[in-house]
Design a protein around this ligand. Structure first.
Ligand SMILES: NC(=O)C1=CN([C@@H]2O[C@H](COP(=O)(O)OP(=O)(O)OC[C@H]3O[C@@H](n4cnc5c(N)ncnc54)[C@H](O)[C@@H]3O)[C@@H](O)[C@H]2O)C=CC1
Ligand SMILES: O=C(CO)COP(=O)(O)O
Length: 328
């Protein structure tokens, strides 16, 4: 199959390697000519220093590279998905399947990534969400990993399953694209929060409390917006929550630790030096929760710390002294 991967950060690069392993004809697009030239000449992405990029991988800096592609993977940070989709759209075939792997919610519109791509392609292309616990650093060295390919039409989700799946990258299908995409965006806010309490010096009890209660609020919002609670208990929900709340590969978790140690959100993101999606998602999540009338105290507190510089100690006290309630 002819495949274009748009976005040459850690994740776009790791997925390009999976697709090359699976025998596809893959082009990796970078948004700057310098980046494409650097990848082509060095065959190394500094974000994944342990790996040499496959000989068969091609590089591009022009979005006309999607022409004649059977499948196009959107792997830019979420803030760049709309512009990338819009600029690629005139070159796309109507039967090209788009695969969205960016984990976020658009600032302002609060759209999911697949909604943006449907809008930008005028609804002509099918858009599948691929998500799950999958650090690029581990996928690129072929560590066993599992993800979910979500689309309401089973045949479309299965097509993506077939393209990506191999003996170290296991793909399940799901009809619940709403749940999968919301879980992906929400878990980043929780991973940031988990980093904050870790940076403050709290231990495993506090982390388990935060992750479990955050799952409850993620599921509440997801269900109210049309997703299934079961999705939140699966790879795209609980799976990805575990991997990002416990791993030093996670940029969200690392940024949170720095904030918990006293840095501002801006200082933490600069220090991490890569996209921290949870920062952007926190604002949208609070807006969505308010709009649909769902209580999300943990995400609300994360927003207050990130956007209003609220003291982390007072936020923890606030959460711990909420009114008494039954667990479910
Ligand atoms: N890194 C990972 O392990 C995983 C990341 N993701 C998601 O994939 C998306 C991309 O993440 P990463 O590859 O990790 O990002 P990254 O932080 O490694 O790289 C971001 C890339 O985006 C490029 N970029 C910056 N501005 C751009 C623009 N305006 N248009 C196009 N590209 C631009 C940068 O040059 C850089 O190469 C995020 O939404 C992330 O949540 C999903 C699963 C795993
Ligand atoms: O989504 C990820 C792993 O599944 C990557 O998480 P971070 O963006 O926090 O690094």
């Amino acid at each position: 199959m002819k495949i274009a991967v748009l976005g040459s950060g850690g994740w776009g690069t790791a997925l390009s390697m999976v697709l090359c392993d699976n025998g596809h004809d893959v082009t990796l697009w970078s948004h700057s000519p310098e980046k494409a030239a650097q990848l082509r000449s060095s065959r190394c992405n500094p974000l994944l220093p342990k790996v040499t990029l496959p000989e068969s991988l091609r590089y591009a800096d022009d979005l006309s590279c999607v022409r004649e592609s059977d499948l196009v993977v959107l792997a830019t940070p979420s803030f760049a998905v709309r512009a990338t989709g819009r600029n690629a759209a005139p070159h796309l075939r109507r039967d090209t399947v788009l695969v969205s792997v960016s984990k976020g919610i658009e600032k302002g519109s609060n759209c999911r990534m697949s909604e943006i791509l449907v809008q930008e392609t005028g609804g002509s292309c099918k858009v599948v969400a691929l998500s799950g616990p999958s650090h690029a650093e581990e996928v690129s060295v072929r560590m066993p990993t599992g993800c979910v390919a979500a689309h309401p039409e089973e045949t479309v989700a299965r097509k993506v399953q077939d393209v990506f799946m191999n003996d170290y990258f296991r793909i399940y299908t799901s009809p619940d694209i709403v749940g999968v995409e919301l879980a992906a965006a929400l878990k980043n806010v929780v991973a940031l929060s988990c980093g904050v309490i870790t940076g403050m010096g709290y231990g495993d009890n506090t982390k388990a409390l935060l992750m479990t209660r955050a799952m409850a609020e993620m599921g509440r919002l997801g269900e109210r917006m049309g997703g299934s609670r079961l999705t939140f208990a699966g790879l795209a929900g609980m799976g990805d929550l575990i991997v990002t709340c416990t791993s030093m590969h996670s940029r969200n978790f690392r940024a949170g630790i720095l904030i918990g140690q006293g840095r501002t959100a801006r200082e933490a993101m600069d220090e991490v030096g890569a996209v921290v999606e949870g920062y952007y998602a926190a604002e949208s999540v609070c807006q969505l929760a308010e709009k649909v009338g769902v209580e999300m105290p943990i995400c609300r507190c994360a927003y207050d710390v990130l956007y209003h510089g609220k003291q982390t100690e007072s936020v923890v006290r606030e959460l711990m002294t909420r009114a008494k309630k039954q667990e479910n």
